[in-house]
Design a binder for this molecule. Structure first.
Ligand code: SF4
Length: 82
């Protein structure tokens, strides 16, 4: 459920398919405000608003296993992977 107190800075939503994550960490290097590696060394989303849309998309595109799905919440369409 959306928190009305949270001001969203972009329209892209990211999601990690943990089964595909191989702990390469490039997502967390490119968008450290959005992704971090947890105690299992798998990526997780810590905030949708920690970086802007462009950075989130770049982080997703950097993932060697395409474990990050990007959805445009305005249109409902998947932006990455295409
Ligand atoms: S870039 Fe992909 S494989 Fe690497 S930590 Fe992030 S989600 Fe996992």
């Amino acid at each position: 459920m959306a928190d009305p107190q949270v001001k969203h800075i972009g329209k892209y939503k990211v999601e990690v398919i943990r089964e595909k994550c191989i702990s390469a960490a490039s997502c967390a290097v490119i968008a450290p405000g959005v992704f971090e590696l947890d105690e299992e060394q798998l990526a997780r989303v810590i905030s949708q608003d920690g970086n802007d849309d462009e950075t989130k998309l770049l982080a997703a595109q950097s993932c060697p296993t395409m474990a990050i799905i990007v959805t445009d919440t305005a249109s409902g369409k998947q932006v990455w992977p295409v």
